[in-house]
Design a protein around this ligand. Structure first.
Ligand SMILES: [Mg+2]
Length: 345
């Protein structure tokens, strides 16, 4: 038997998520099953407005492909492409009886057993931010990410300074401005953050301002490109010298393999990468953990996103324990534990 099977899902979010196209209250997508002569593989396509094709476009692409199987969706529909290419890699990895990370990295490259993840502290006032930071450190997180840019820049600096004072020098701090600042504000804030000790700021200025991002580098705080990668290709961002670090979302990049290619392209130019999700379901989240395990170093990734969902497609195969996620050791992404959601028997 050969073919493409689809199982749609709608996963309510704990809190509405603001996107470029308005607030959403659920993550809607498909588990994508491929059957290659009896060898099954599962992927996930969970489009996110602003980052991928629309839900309707993804739906149409997957349905057309199911009718004309086999094939692979093109880069214009990265979520559909993610679902299908992940399922194909899962099938190959299961056939070879190796975890997805080992399959993607090849037999000789190092693959981590676990990856550290950052805690996200949101944009609460100073006292609450400090409480959240202390709870996260107590729970084992070694890297904390604060949302900035919603409050006055002075208040954001005060929040970060208060967290640094509370958690000490051994904890890595990151900030994410989601493009909120203009160049001058960003430059002034970076001076203060350099003194406090902050690893990087994600998207200090708007996504399209690659020249400003480039000018903000080299000031003692890393510059990370996130939303810019929804506007430009990895190559364009790297060639513009716009970032020290790329925030890579496999769902937006068209799958695990294209994500690792982006990592390699960036690394050649001396740019590091951090893997995160588009707040995906368990299958895509587990796949992103495998991808992160293929990256060098022991740097925190943005993969602690399962808790943002009020419901998931199944039990979490990649829970956070002591600030780390263990990479699943079974064949493929998560073995056959989600097969019953796609196939009846
Ligand atoms: Mg970000």
């Amino acid at each position: 038997m050969t073919g493409l099977s689809l199982a749609d899902f709608s996963l309510p979010l704990r809190e509405p998520l603001g996107t470029a196209k308005g607030a959403i209250t659920s993550r809607d997508g498909w588990l994508v099953g491929v059957d290659r002569d009896g060898q099954r593989g599962i992927g996930e396509a969970t489009p996110l407005p602003g980052w991928t094709e629309s839900h309707d476009e993804c739906d149409e692409t997957l349905r057309d492909l199911a009718d004309s199987w086999p094939g692979v969706p093109d880069r214009e529909t990265p979520a559909a492409r993610h679902g299908v290419t992940l399922a194909l890699h899962d099938a190959q990895a299961r056939e070879a009886d190796v975890p997805l990370g080992r399959h993607l990295a090849g037999p000789d490259a190092p693959v981590a057993d676990s990856v550290p993840v950052n805690a996200t502290l949101g944009d609460a006032p100073v006292a609450e931010t400090v409480d959240r930071a202390e709870s996260a450190v107590d729970a084992g997180y070694g890297t904390l990410k604060l949302k900035v840019g919603v409050r006055d820049p002075e208040e954001d600096v005060e929040r970060i300074r208060a967290v640094r004072d509370a958690v000490g020098a051994g904890v890595t701090l990151r900030a994410d401005a989601n493009g909120a600042w203009d160049y001058t504000t960003a430059r002034d804030v970076l001076v203060e953050l350099a003194e406090i000790g902050v690893e990087y700021v994600e998207q200090p200025v708007p996504a399209t301002e690659l020249g400003a991002l480039s000018s903000l580098r080299g000031r003692g705080v890393g510059v990370a490109a996130d939303e810019s990668l929804a506007e430009y290709s990895v190559r364009e961002v790297v060639e513009a010298d716009a970032a020290d670090t790329l925030i890579l979302k496999p769902m937006a990049l068209g799958g695990p393999e294209s994500t690792l290619r982006a990592v390699g392209k960036a690394r050649t130019a001396g740019v590091s990468s951090v893997v995160t999700t588009t707040i995906d379901g368990a299958v895509a989240r587990a796949a992103a953990v495998h991808v992160a395990a293929c990256l060098p170093g022991d740097r925190a990734h943005g993969l602690a996103t399962g808790d943002l969902l009020a419901e998931d497609v199944g039990p979490d195969p990649v829970p956070v324990v002591d600030g780390r996620i263990s990479v699943p050791t079974g064949p493929g992404v998560v073995g056959d534990s989600f097969d019953s959601l796609v196939w009846d028997g």
